[in-house]
Design a binder for this molecule. Structure first.
Ligand code: ADP
Ligand code: MG
Length: 714
């Protein structure tokens, strides 16, 4: 039983009060088919909205099965509607992007049914309203009459005892109207049906009660057919929508409107790209800043780790084997001083300098791989602004400070971020020869003759000097023959003394006997054997280069665990002051937060525009008994789906770029240091943005009443 007692309703608009209903008294029962007529503006809709709990009233009392409702909260009304009432509107209020089947399914999912359990019931209902052929047609493609049949089927799906229809035929031609009213009548057994209509003639034969309204009052209330008044309104059991259904709807909504989907895809893609770029920019700054310089080391490649053994022992072959097996090591340079050796090449017109390139090279960009000992490769940036590579190729050069001549036979372009200087690749024999010349410069050599220390002497090799002997210039050492010469060689790793006998002296004229060219009088010539004994130690110090800056610390730890001392070039080069670094870090955090906030507002702004047309969808959900929480949940699932889908595609795309299947250098660059954990963090940020947007938009949905939302959409 549904009863109104002296119910009045006023509308307040722009400070003016308008009368909706005044002092309406009415009692309706199960099994009735109530027809309401009246002029436009006479209060019919107001009456229906109050009866169906879509609107509240000011005065009087409404009773549901005898229970007062004046104290009802919004939630109470929601429960009342879910348990008792379904509505049919003049404008159908279907979900246009859903098929007939899905529209009916929606009502069932909202009442807690599982998708798998409702198929037969839905098909049965579709059959009942004669839409078999259209079950998979989108609602937007249907005629008005067909739409209203779907609306009726949806009411039946909810199986509520009360069906309230406000001008269900108002937008239909007379044939369609007739059949809708007929269907409505056919399904109305044991229900309370309340219909507002102008088709008085067609409907009169079904009516059990006729009500006429005027100016907010009931002016006629005529019972045509007495019915049994004992029947209580039987509330339908309504469970809450299941998680699965909420997910299903969110998923469906994400994709079922193509234009919306594409726009959302673009927004989420933009957010994804911006976040990953921003993230990667920080990582690059963290890893690749190469501003550092050092007075000791020329090769300040920040992937370099200098190693030595804990008790200053020599490296053994086993040591090297062990080190090479560390996973993230790119390459190993045993003779560490080659790393910091700067090579100068002169020709008649050109002067080139650079460090040595100490990795193996198997292909070049121009020219060819060296075949002879004195053939070298030049490594430089492809777009050098001061070198024409064709010009330096196949030319002869002298290695500064030596009488070695080389030819550049190949050019290798290296545009990697770390390549901030030109480099030369030398065949192994040539490297060894240079090393031999350089060795004395890497330790402190002091020479004593007759127990007197003599400075500024240089030691070089002559093939003609026998082992155990030395040749000195007769300019300084004319009478020193057969005297003993002591050579002390010392650095942090060792301190050794060698004794040689002065065999003879040389001068500018007779130096040919030593098979060398005259340079100056400060040179001591000794045999290669002695030279090697004095200078050529095995290695006390080597360098490893890691594949990637991000593994630098790990490799260092591993080396330490194996018992080596490590020295990171990165930590031992001079760079920006600590203060600026700290400031930079704080700035980074601020920039990220500002960026995320900006993204949020841009995204929210765009999404609000895109979702404006979605207000009626959520009004429909509400009219089917969905609470605010459920609406927000469904919207959230939709956002999550879109975010995940877009981000997933973006990740696949980045993967293809990394595998060089897609060639886009921008994306290759930005992903260089981004790791799995970073991708997960960005994904979480994306989900957070989706959540915030859903919550914000969710508040908007519920600002207006269902009826008002529908009216605004019209
Ligand atoms: P009917 O459905 O019979 O055409 P309504 O119930 O819609 O009549 O309207 C009854 C009266 O209440 C009318 O005078 C109308 O102008 C007024 N009214 C209805 N809805 C509103 C509203 N939302 N704000 C202000 N006045 C309203
Ligand atoms: Mg109306």
């Amino acid at each position: 039983m549904l009863k109104l007692k002296n119910v009045s309703k006023y509308y307040y608009q722009n400070g003016v009060v308008a009368k909706g209903l005044s002092n309406v008294n009415l009692e309706l029962h199960m099994g009735e088919f109530v027809v309401i007529t009246g002029e436009s503006g006479s209060g019919k809709s107001t009456l229906l909205n109050i009866l169906s709990g879509l609107d509240s009233y000011e005065d009087g009392e409404m009773y549901i099965n005898g229970e007062e409702t004046s104290h009802y909260t919004e939630e109470d009304y929601l429960n009342y509607r879910r348990s008792y009432v379904s509505n049919i509107f003049q404008n159908f209020n279907l979900v246009n992007s859903y098929t007939v089947y899905e529209n009916i399914e929606l009502a069932l999912l909202m009442n807690g049914y599982a998708k798998g359990d409702v198929k037969d019931k839905i098909l049965d209902l579709i059959d009942k309203v004669g839409l078999n052929k259209f079950k998979n047609t989108k609602a937007s493609k249907l005629s008005g009459g067909q739409k209203q049949r779907v609306a009726i089927a949806r009411c039946l799906a909810s199986d509520t005892p009360i069906i309230v229809a406000d001008e269900p035929t108002g937008s239909l031609d007379s044939d369609a109207s007739k059949s809708i009213l007929e269907i409505l009548h056919n399904v109305s057994k044991d229900k309370l049906v309340i219909v507002v209509t102008h088709n008085k003639k067609e409907i009169e034969k079904y009516a059990t009660r006729l009500i006429k309204m005027s100016d907010g009052r009931i002016i006629e209330n005529k019972v045509i057919e007495e019915i049994n008044k004992d029947g209580e309104l039987k509330e339908v059991s309504n469970k809450d929508i299941t998680y699965k259904s909420k997910f299903l709807l969110g998923f469906r909504n994400a994709f079922n409107i193509p234009v919306k989907f594409i726009l959302m895809f673009m927004i989420f893609l933009l957010i994804s790209i911006t976040l990953i770029s921003n993230y990667s920019a920080f990582k690059v700054a963290q890893y690749e800043e190469n501003y550092g310089y050092s007075r000791v080391f020329y090769n300040t490649d920040n992937k370099r780790i200098i190693i030595n053994k804990n008790n200053k022992e020599l490296f053994t072959d086993e040591d090297y084997e062990q080190i090479k097996n560390i996973k993230d090591i790119d390459y190993l340079v045993k003779e560490d001083l080659l790393n910091d050796y700067e090579l100068y090449l002169n020709s008649d017109y050109l002067y080139l300098n650079g460090l040595l390139y100490l990795k193996d090279i198997d292909k070049v960009s121009l020219g060819r791989i060296p075949k002879e000992k004195n053939e070298v490769i030049f490594i430089g940036n492809k777009n050098s602004y001061y070198l024409e590579y064709e010009d330096i190729l196949d030319k002869e050069y002298n290695i500064d400070g030596t009488d070695i001549n080389v030819k550049i036979v190949g050019i290798l372009y290296d545009d990697s971020y770390n390549n901030y200087t030109n480099k030369f690749y030398l065949p192994k024999e040539l490297r060894d020869e240079l090393l031999e010349i350089e060795l004395p410069f890497y330790s402190n050599v002091s020479v004593k003759i007759d127990n007197q220390t003599i400075s500024d002497l240089q030691i070089k090799i002559s093939e003609k000097v026998p082992e155990g002997f030395a040749y000195l210039s007769d300019f300084f050492f004319k009478d020193y023959q057969n005297k003993e010469i002591n050579i002390n060689n010392q650095n942090i790793y060792y301190n050794t003394d060698y004794q040689l006998i002065i065999k003879d002296t040389y001068n500018m004229e007779n130096i040919k006997k030593l098979n060398v060219t005259y340079e100056n009088d400060n040179i001591i010539y000794i045999s290669r054997e002695d030279y090697n004994k004095i200078f050529k130690k095995d290695n006390y110090q080597s360098s490893v280069f890691v594949k990637d800056i991000s593994v630098l610390k790990n490799v260092k730890k591993e080396l330490n665990k194996m018992g080596y001392q490590t020295f990171l070039i990165r930590d031992n080069t001079t760079r920006d002051s600590e203060f600026i670094n700290k400031l930079f870090n704080v700035l980074k955090v601020i920039v990220t937060i500002v960026l995320i906030l900006t993204l949020f507002f841009i995204a929210y702004f765009l999404i609000r525009i895109i979702y404006k047309s979605r207000n009626s969808y959520y009004a429909t959900l509400r009219s089917l008994g969905s609470s605010k929480k459920v609406c927000v949940n469904i919207l959230m699932n939709e956002m999550f789906t879109l975010a995940t889908f877009t981000y997933g595609l973006f990740i696949i795309f980045l993967y293809l770029v990394q595998r060089n299947i897609i060639n886009l250098s921008y994306f290759k660059d930005i992903t260089r240091y981004v790791k799995v954990i970073d991708y997960i963090i960005v994904y979480l940020i994306l989900l957070l943005l989706s959540l915030l947007i859903s919550l914000r938009y969710g508040r908007k949905i519920f600002k207006n009443s269902i009826i008002k939302t529908y009216k605004e959409e019209e």
